[in-house]
Design a protein around this ligand. Structure first.
Ligand SMILES: [Zn+2]
Length: 204
């Protein structure tokens, strides 16, 4: 959401990459595309939609809930998947860190340097994360050592930082899309109703 909201690229440190970066699955191919918002990236990966029983035409607005195990998914083969336009061999994949892959070293280094250089950190906001997975979970402790108070915004009470909550910390239980605009009202101004709706639906 941050790049789409116009946050300066150089001050965003994406530890797990971005879903909107596209790269090649072939190890030696360097194909890379930034901010590709094409959705679906190939027609076969479109979310199935509910069909109107009278016309059998797909109703574009009504996507089926593919998290529901009773919803049938179309059968896909490898030829339905997007192919790398550069090497024509690999498949295209999102530029995110998948399970078992290394975190980007340069990003880790940047964060470490930045946190090391600050004499005093006022506040660290921990939003929508279990705050249990290192190295990012450790940033809470580093910030705390430099004087930071911790504000956690999460729908799940049990998702507190692993070092626990301290006196003076805040836990805001609920949907970040509703709580953040309220918390940051003095900085961002009051959001209009349609902006709130976009936020809640992840469109901003
Ligand atoms: Zn390639």
């Amino acid at each position: 959401l941050s790049p789409r909201a116009g946050h300066p690229q150089e001050s965003l440190k994406l530890l797990h990459g971005s879903l909107f970066d596209v790269k090649c699955s072939e190890f030696f191919c360097k194909y890379f595309e930034r901010n590709n918002y094409t959705d679906p990236i190939v027609p076969a990966l479109a979310i199935p939609t509910e069909e109107d029983p009278t016309t059998n035409e797909a109703i574009a607005a009504r996507e089926l809930d593919i998290a529901d195990e009773n919803v049938d998914l179309p059968e896909l083969t490898i030829r339905h998947l997007p192919r790398c336009p550069s090497c024509k061999k690999g498949l295209l994949r999102p530029g995110v860190v998948w399970f078992g892959e290394m975190l980007p070293k340069d990003v880790l280094q940047d964060i470490e340097t930045w946190m090391g250089e600050e004499d005093h950190i006022d506040l660290i906001m921990v939003i929508g994360t279990s705050a249990k997975v290192y190295p990012a979970a450790g940033y809470v402790d580093i910030a705390r050592e430099r004087g930071a108070r911790v504000a956690v915004i999460n729908i799940d009470r049990s998702d507190a930082p692993s070092s626990g909550m301290y006196k003076g910390d805040w836990f805001f239980e609920g949907d970040a899309a509703q709580i953040l605009p309220e918390l940051l009202k003095d900085v961002t101004g009051e959001l209009k109703e349609e902006q709130m709706k976009d936020l809640a639906e992840g469109r901003t």
